[in-house]
Design a protein. Sequence first.
Length: 163
Amino acid sequence: MRSLSRSQPVRTATSTGPTGRFRSEPAPAAFTGRYRTLAYRVATTAIVAEAGVGGVWDLARIPFVTDVVTHLGYPRYFLVLLGVWKIPAAIVLAAPRLPLCKEWAYAGTFFVYTGAIASHLVTGYARAEVAVLSAMTVLTVTSWALRPADRCLPGRQPLRMRS
């Protein structure tokens, strides 16, 4: 049982240190780890779903996708190239291991989204889609940055939050 009389002051998130400045206590590792894992999984699920569905739509050349690509000034066969690479990227990002393939898949999805943003801005076609493409770019970077260590290349660690 703890004694009610303490020789040292209790340090909380609002207590001051020896310098008189407020100091904050770091969050427990499990608390931070849960949110990190959740953010990674949500971001990765969104990227995998978009890449998988988008790849199938590209290969099927549905009219909506064909109209967007032709309005942006790309040839129709560009959809086949995108579709052929989006589907394996979705599979690799969803699968455990394969760290080198994951790096390529993350790079590919990042280039697809940023290239689409640039195409929409330059041509002025469907500028409302820029917000969605920007969100997908942020989700790609988030998934890459928060991935677990076993999904990174050997000798490299994912980005860590400062404590």
